[in-house]
Write a protein that binds this ligand. Structure first.
Ligand code: GRF
Length: 208
C-alpha cells in the first residue's frame, strides 16, 4: 500500500480527483494518510473531511517566523510517515529539508507543459494568462518530481490540451484541469504505487 500525504492550498479539485480515483478503483494500492494545508479556509480541507481523511492546517500566520513555519510543515509530513508526498495546488515553496529527506518522493502537478510558463510567479490562473498572451495553440499539464528548484524536477508525465480561439484564462484553466490535471496526477500516483516509475540520471521512465 502506497501511503501518500497530499499538500493543498485551495479548492482541492486535484485532491478530489485522487480521492475519487481511489474510491472508484482506478488508483490502486494507495491510501491518503493525511492532507496538509497552509490555508485554514481552503475548500480542500472540507473535501478531506468529507472523505474522512485527516486534515492538518499548518498556516504561516500561526508561526513567529519562516523557519518555525517550515519546521512545523516538515513535522506534519514526517508524522504521517508517507511513502510519497503529492503537491496538489500547493502554493508554498517546499522546505529544502523536506526535499532532501524525501528525494524523488515528492511530486507536483503544474498547469502547463513544462518548461513553458513555469517557475517563480507562474501559478494558478497566471499560467493560463501567460499562455494566452503568448498565443500558444497547445498547452496542458505536467507531473514532475520536486527538486530544489521551482518546477525544475524530472518530468514524469504530460498531457496536452488545445487552446481555443475564444478561451479566457478561466475557461482554459477549467479545461486543463478537467482534461489534463485530474487525469495525469491520479495516473502517476497509480504508476508509482505499482513500482512502474523509475528515475535514473534525472530522467524518468515508466515501465510496463
Ligand atoms: C490548479 O490550477 C492547479 O493546476 C494548480 O493549483 C490550482 C488549484 O488546484 N496547481 P486545486 O483545485 O486546489 O487542486
Amino acid at each position: 500500500m502506497l501511503k501518500i500525504v497530499v499538500c493543498v492550498s485551495g479548492g482541492g479539485t486535484n485532491l478530489q480527483a485522487i480521492i475519487d480515483g481511489i474510491a472508484q478503483g482506478s488508483v490502486f494500492h494507495t491510501e491518503i494518510v493525511r492532507v496538509i494545508c497552509n490555508n485554514p479556509g481552503a475548500g480542500a480541507l472540507e473535501r478531506a473531511k468529507t472523505a474522512g481523511i485527516e486534515g492538518v492546517c499548518v498556516s504561516p500566520k500561526d508561526y513567529g517566523d519562516r523557519d518555525a513555519f517550515e519546521a512545523a510543515l516538515v513535522r506534519a509530513v514526517e508524522e504521517a510517515d508517507p511513502d510519497l508526498v503529492v503537491l496538489a495546488g500547493f502554493l508554498v515553496k517546499v522546505p529544502v529539508e523536506l526535499i532532501r529527506k524525501y528525494e524523488n518522493r515528492i511530486i507536483n502537478i503544474h498547469p502547463s507543459l513544462i518548461p513553458s510558463f513555469c517557475g517563480t510567479g507562474y501559478y494558478g490562473l497566471r499560467v493560463h494568462e501567460a499562455a494566452l498572451a503568448r498565443g500558444v495553440k497547445i498547452t496542458g499539464a505536467t507531473v514532475h518530481f520536486v527538486d530544489e528548484g521551482m518546477d525544475t524536477g524530472p518530468i514524469i508525465m504530460q498531457k496536452a490540451v488545445e487552446v481555443h480561439d475564444d478561451d479566457t484564462p478561466k475557461t482554459l484553466q477549467k479545461r486543463v484541469m478537467e482534461e489534463a490535471e485530474w487525469v495525469i496526477l491520479p495516473w502517476c500516483i497509480n504508476l508509482i504505487a505499482a513500482g512502474q516509475v523509475k528515475i535514473e540520471n534525472g530522467r524518468v521512465s515508466v515501465t510496463e
